[in-house]
Design a protein around this ligand. Structure first.
Ligand code: SF4
Length: 242
């Protein structure tokens, strides 16, 4: 992904706009908040929910990998609806190969891009069986070598299954990080670096879920619910709602 350096000096103090390719809703980009502000905000998240959980249903590392791969440009609710029956019987790469591409399509055709996703799931299942003994590898490089698995998918699996503080920046994290100034960046790679560079170590593991859930339910794209926001005092967004 193309990298655009973050502004420095006076430009950094202005209210900036991220490029449309990275920020469909023209997310305002606040300057990076001070360490103490970032710390206070994440402590508020921790007090509110010490162990935040992802919302994609899965029963093991393999079904988590498949669910995350299916969730690109789809909602977690929609993926869960499709995978409920699937994962009840198909929970290993070999069982997925036995089901076959057409059988898988029968389960996931309500999910966007289902044909391409079905192809990738079958291909990655074959690779897991042939090269990894049917197990899901636990390194980012090995995960990203699988068909249809990008850095974001790999980071979700590393974070949720192996509890490695990997940051998968989605549209919610991108928006929250930039509006608040907790971890701003012009594109998802820059926000990922801002999280790693600026969020204190003890909050790194759960930063991903705290921000996703906050963006999904409180700091919503069209109308943030600032009146119910637990990090309002630490947020730099200039257009807070009542
Ligand atoms: S105060 Fe409003 S804009 Fe800031 S994080 Fe909370 S909901 Fe989002």
């Amino acid at each position: 992904m193309a990298q655009t350096p973050a502004p420095s000096g006076p430009a950094r103090r202005k209210k900036l706009r991220a490029p449309a390719a990275s920020a469909p809703s023209a997310t305002p980009m606040a300057p990076q908040a001070h360490y103490n502000t970032v710390r206070a905000a994440f402590e508020a998240f921790r007090q509110s929910e010490p162990e935040p959980k992802g919302e994609l249903d899965h029963v093991n590392a393999y079904t988590l990998l498949v669910a995350v791969a299916l969730s690109a440009q789809a909602t977690d609710v929609g993926v869960n609806r499709a995978t409920r029956a699937l994962f009840a019987t198909v929970d290993t790469p070999q069982k997925m190969l036995d089901l076959g591409e057409e059988g898988l399509i029968g389960h996931i055709k309500t999910i966007g891009l289902f044909r391409n996703k079905a192809k990738n799931v079958i291909k990655l299942s074959r690779i897991l069986v042939e090269e990894y003994g049917g197990e899901v590898p636990s390194s980012r490089a090995a995960l990203q070598s699988l068909p249809g698995v990008g850095r974001k998918t790999a980071n979700v699996v590393l974070n949720m299954w192996w509890r490695i503080p990997a940051q998968a920046v989605d549209t919610h994290i991108f928006r929250v990080g930039n509006r608040t100034g907790l971890c701003p960046g012009r594109d998802v790679d820059a926000v990922e670096r801002a999280i790693e560079d600026n969020i204190p170590a003890e909050y790194q593991l759960h930063a991903h879920h705290w921000m996703i859930l906050h963006g999904r339910y409180i700091c919503k794209a069209r109308k943030p619910d600032c009146g119910r926001c637990i990090i309002r005092d630490y947020c730099a967004f200039e257009e807070k709602t009542a």
